[in-house]
Design a protein. Structure first.
Length: 194
């Protein structure tokens, strides 16, 4: 249900941008259908499809939010909230990418030295995604605790790229917002004096 609500909210978030809206509807529809199909069909291809479409959807929404945040000169509360949402959406996008990798190549990640979601039966995909969201958000913030480890070479490569992207996001976007805020305040202060 949470993923379904997130797909709806993400589609609504890009509804004012026609060039993103069509892609969001297609990806959200496919992600919705394949996500619900995972409840009834226990096939790896369905899980790969669900994670791949979800990853594409979240990537599209993340790009849309970040582009919106970068536009304009005045720093508003909405812009700051958008920047925070963009950062968290990046983490969720990486989580779906990591989940896709683990489904396609089991053993890419280990949790406490064991396969993630080992012997969880019907709920293993939910356990996997919960673990991947936890891993991704702790990784992007560079506070990874070491209980989930990337074991395969592609998993290690992506796990190294995520915190770099997260730190670059904070360094570039936040510094831009601060610079815009200072510039806007100085300009409005100068106009007030005149």
């Amino acid at each position: 249900m949470f993923v379904t609500l997130t797909l709806i909210a993400g589609t609504y978030a890009v509804s004012g941008k026609p060039r993103y809206l069509v892609g969001a509807i297609v990806l959200a529809g496919g992600a919705f259908a394949s996500q619900w199909l995972t409840h009834f069909v226990d096939k790896r291809v369905v899980f790969i499809l669900a994670r791949g479409l979800s990853c594409g959807f979240f990537l599209l929404v993340t790009i849309s939010v970040i582009v919106s945040v970068m536009k304009g000169e005045e720093v508003t509360t909405d812009k700051i909230c958008g920047a925070i949402c963009g950062y968290l959406l990046m983490g969720v996008t990486w989580a779906f990418l990591f989940g896709l990798m683990e489904i396609a190549h089991p053993g890419s990640f280990l949790q406490n030295g064991q396969l993630i979601a080992l012997d969880r039966g019907k709920y293993q995909q939910f356990v996997l995604m919960n673990s991947m969201v936890y891993y991704s958000l702790s990784n992007i913030s560079t506070s990874a605790y070491g209980d989930i480890l990337a074991k395969s070479t592609p998993a290690r490569a992506l796990s190294n790229l995520e915190p770099i992207a997260g730190q670059m996001y904070v360094a570039v976007l936040i510094s831009r917002l601060v610079a815009l805020h200072v510039t806007y305040r100085l300009a409005s202060h100068t106009k007030t004096k005149e």
